[in-house]
Design a binder for this molecule. Structure first.
Ligand code: GDP
Ligand code: MN
Length: 398
């Protein structure tokens, strides 16, 4: 689960990491209030809040440039806000459709002496957390990683030992900090690690972490991703979820305890079990088709969940065919069959539907489907099912 920059900065502040003073706003009235808290005699930063980076270099769909603007005083801040709020911002990370900006963040501006990069991320390969840092922070960190990887420092942290002072000293040294800055940096890294660890984050990233001309170290941007599987342990974090930033189909699926991830293709898959869902997607792809989604109805789905799954699938305008692939174990084939029949009554399935059932109560399941009169093609093996659906979908395209 991701959160907005302004929320991440609030957390950073709680964990002792210095951030610029700032105010979030979602309506024009809130915009005015937010700006009134900042000085008219100083520079103000206006920042579009979307769950994607690259805002500084982004462009709005109407041609307005920059989702992060450093402007002079309140009037200029108000003007920038007028361009951004409700507008759609396209960045390298949003994809071509961009994201609608529904929240703005106004902060006091800092004078920048240098921009650094600092992150802690879970490295799945080594099953450790890793500190990633660079003296080349700012908006081109991806280029640095690609062209001059030696400028990026990686320091693993053992999960049993945790962050130690020697880690802080080593990274501070690599970044070239001296004297009091080493102490400041150690406090920042310690706070960052504590936040990362206690809240089950998978990534905490500060880019840029800056030094000011007077030598202070401040976090100017922040991104945090949390482990969705442990979010129930952190109601304070759960509260920060912004459904505007999520695919409505995925939100609906999570309400019904379905694991659903939207993809770009046109063949919808309704499968039980993550492994079988992967295998189903692989076979569709190997036959030249493109899966429209990953959908795992789980081991013990009931009729209602199957109906909800069909509704979600059919709300995707890209879907041109559906492949149901169920291996009945705990989940019985007759239950799934009843779910399909109920769904067909509830929602108008206009696209080809191929159903492959196998396992517990398979004969009963097939019988229910046959007697229901629902328009579908039964298949006996996964490969056969995938062949039929890819063929039917490509044929209706002509
Ligand atoms: P991103 O483009 O989505 O990563 O947004 P950031 O919050 O990182 O802002 C982009 C860039 O704007 C930063 O790398 C800075 O160069 C600049 N910027 C942001 N805040 C300030 C500020 O307070 N003062 C100055 N001078 N520049 C800023
Ligand atoms: Mn940034």
């Amino acid at each position: 689960m991701n959160i907005h920059e302004y929320q991440a900065k609030r957390l950073l502040k709680d964990f002792g990491v210095p951030v610029p003073r700032g105010y979030a706003a979602q309506t024009s009235r809130e915009v005015e209030t937010a700006i009134s808290h900042l000085s008219d005699d100083e520079k103000i930063v206006v920042k579009a809040q979307i769950h994607a980076g690259g805002r500084g270099k982004g462009t709005f769909v109407d041609g307005y440039k920059g989702g992060v603007k450093v402007v002079d005083g309140r009037d200029a801040a108000l003007e920038a806000a007028g361009h951004m709020l409700g507008n759609t911002l396209v960045t390298k990370q949003t994809g071509p459709n961009g994201r609608k900006v529904q929240t703005l963040y106004f902060t006091e501006a800092c004078e920048i002496a240098h921009e650094y990069y600092l992150a802690i991320v879970l490295d799945r390969e080594t099953a450790q957390s890793v500190i990633i840092a660079s003296t080349e922070g700012g908006m081109d960190i991806e280029d640095v990683a690609e062209k001059t990887p030696e400028k990026i420092v990686r320091v693993p942290i053992s999960p049993t030992m945790g962050l130690r002072h020697h880690h802080c000293r080593r990274v501070a040294f690599e970044l070239g900090f001296e004297g009091d800055q080493v102490k400041q940096f150690a406090r920042i890294l310690t706070g960052l690690y504590k936040l990362y660890w206690e809240k089950n984050a998978m990534l905490v990233e500060i880019n840029p972490l800056i030094t000011t001309p007077t030598g202070d170290i401040i976090a100017l941007d922040a991104k945090i991703s949390f482990d969705g599987n442990s979010i129930f342990q952190h109601p304070d974090i759960q509260q920060l979820r912004d459904l505007n930033e999520e695919d409505p189909k995925e939100v609906e699926a999570s309400k019904h305890n379905l694991s659903y991830i939207a993809l770009d293709g046109n063949i919808a898959c309704l499968v039980n079990g993550a492994g079988l869902a992967m295998a189903t997607m692989d076979i569709i792809k190997s036959l030249g088709g493109e899966p429209a989604n990953f959908l795992d109805v789980g081991g013990g789905a009931n009729e209602d969940q199957v109906t909800a799954a069909f509704k979600i699938i059919l709300s995707d305008p890209n879907v041109e065919g559906i492949l149901v692939n169920i291996f009945g174990g705990i989940m019985k084939c007759d239950v799934i069959a009843r779910g399909i029949v109920a769904a067909a009554k509830n929602v108008d399935i206009k696209v080809p539907l191929v159903v492959r059932l196998e396992g517990t109560n398979v004969e009963a399941g097939k019988q229910i489907l046959k007697e229901s009169g629902v328009a579908l093609t039964p298949a006996d093996s996964l490969v056969h099912a995938a062949e039929i659906i890819t063929k039917q979908v490509s044929e209706q395209k002509g």
